[in-house]
Design a protein around this ligand. Structure first.
Ligand SMILES: *Cc1c(COP(=O)(O)O)cnc(C)c1O
Length: 352
């Protein structure tokens, strides 16, 4: 419940912008995203999923090109690469951050590779300075998917702005939400122009509405404070939920990194010595009323006809089997609720 959102809706109703193609809300959102990201160009669109495709098209990627991505990533990202006619190249993730492993990317970049699609996942942050160096050395572009990490800082720089083009989502479960929506951010005028031309077909084909922009504005303003509260609550939670051999959380990022918690990831170790399967754990923790769910299914089992696979992808396959994710809303609750959450998780762990 956010009174800022209610006020924005009422204002959009009163000034008639709710029913217009063009109005001041989209312009204002474009400007404020540019300012908060210290970036030149912003293009608003209908979803994060379409924004990834628009980003690839903005880079001019198409038939015969290859795009490197993690074998554990958002399902739509694989499809976005296919949608522009390019071929996905699957590389492994780093087990500590749930994001691309830099060495694996190095091994994956080939003759036809034009871009690296890198997502910050589950509270983890990709090693952007190393990836940037690698991409520049090979002359390939970076699409930085910050859908799960709006406002996060990687070595002081805002997530989404390390890439040649960054992607944001305003989908219904995300930290900034309008039910649906997305954006690309870039300093490259050529990328912006190509993206714009792809989206404009006489009219804007994948638009964000005035009403969506109106409710995003007050949320964008509060994002830095809310990210701080969530990060503090994650620290408090993890201080009480540790030392278990079979349920282990994502490492808290070191100084210089500022995570943005859309989800908080944990590993449920499977196999010999593990007291329960992931599904058993999920059943019991959900019965306690805790919003913890399974992670992505990953692309490790995709047919070799659809993609090029680099190495055994062992970490991505493990992540697809053992990741569980705490959903973010509880992370804005007071300490008492966080402590209750810690107790509920501890109780479930002790019960196995
Ligand atoms: C949610 C998400 C998207 C897509 O966003 P939608 O707005 O839901 O289409 C893309 N990448 C990642 C990593 C996401 O979590």
């Amino acid at each position: 419940m956010d009174p800022g959102v209610r006020d924005a809706l009422l204002t959009a109703y009163a000034d008639g912008s709710w029913g217009r193609y063009h109005g001041h809300h989209c312009d204002q959102l474009t400007q404020q995203l540019a300012e908060s990201h210290h970036i030149e160009y912003v293009w608003l669109c209908a979803s994060g999923t379409v924004a990834v495709e628009v980003a690839l098209r903005g880079l001019g990627i198409g038939d015969g090109d290859e795009v490197v991505l993690a074998a554990y990533d958002f399902p739509g990202n694989f499809r976005a690469i296919e949608a522009v006619g390019a071929r996905p190249v699957l590389v492994d993730i780093d087990r500590e951050t749930w994001c691309l492993d830099v060495q694996a990317v190095e091994a994956g970049v080939g003759e036809r590779t034009r871009a690296i699609l890198v997502s910050h996942l589950h509270g983890g942050l990709a090693s952007m300075s190393e990836l940037r160096e690698l991409a520049d050395r090979h002359g390939v572009a970076i699409v930085e998917d910050a859908c799960q990490a709006p406002g996060a800082r990687v070595d002081g720089r805002i997530a989404g702005t390390w890439g040649d083009v960054g992607v944001l989502s305003f989908g219904g479960s995300k930290l900034l939400t309008a039910g649906r929506g997305g954006a690309i951010v870039t300093n490259r005028q050529d990328v912006y122009q190509r993206a714009k031309i792809f989206c404009e077909r006489g009219n804007d084909a994948f638009p964000l509405s005035e009403l969506q922009a109106a409710v995003l504005l007050p949320q964008l303003e509060k994002l830095p404070d809310r990210n701080r509260v969530r990060a503090e609550n994650v620290r408090r939670l993890l201080a009480q939920c540790g030392g278990w051999s079979w349920l282990q959380p994502l490492g808290v990022p070191d100084s210089g990194q500022q995570a943005s918690y859309y989800k908080l990831a944990w590993k449920v170790f499977q196999g010999a010595g593990s007291p329960c399967t992931r599904e058993e754990f999920l059943r019991v923790i959900q019965a306690e009323g805790v919003a913890i769910d399974a992670g992505f299914r990953g692309f490790g089992k995709r047919s070799a006809r659809r993609c090029r696979q680099v190495g055994d992808l062992v970490n991505s396959k493990l992540a697809a089997e053992d990741t569980v994710l705490l959903h973010h809303p509880v992370l804005l609750e007071p300490f008492a609720v966080i402590d209750q959450l810690a107790q509920a998780i501890s109780k479930v762990v002790d019960s196995f």
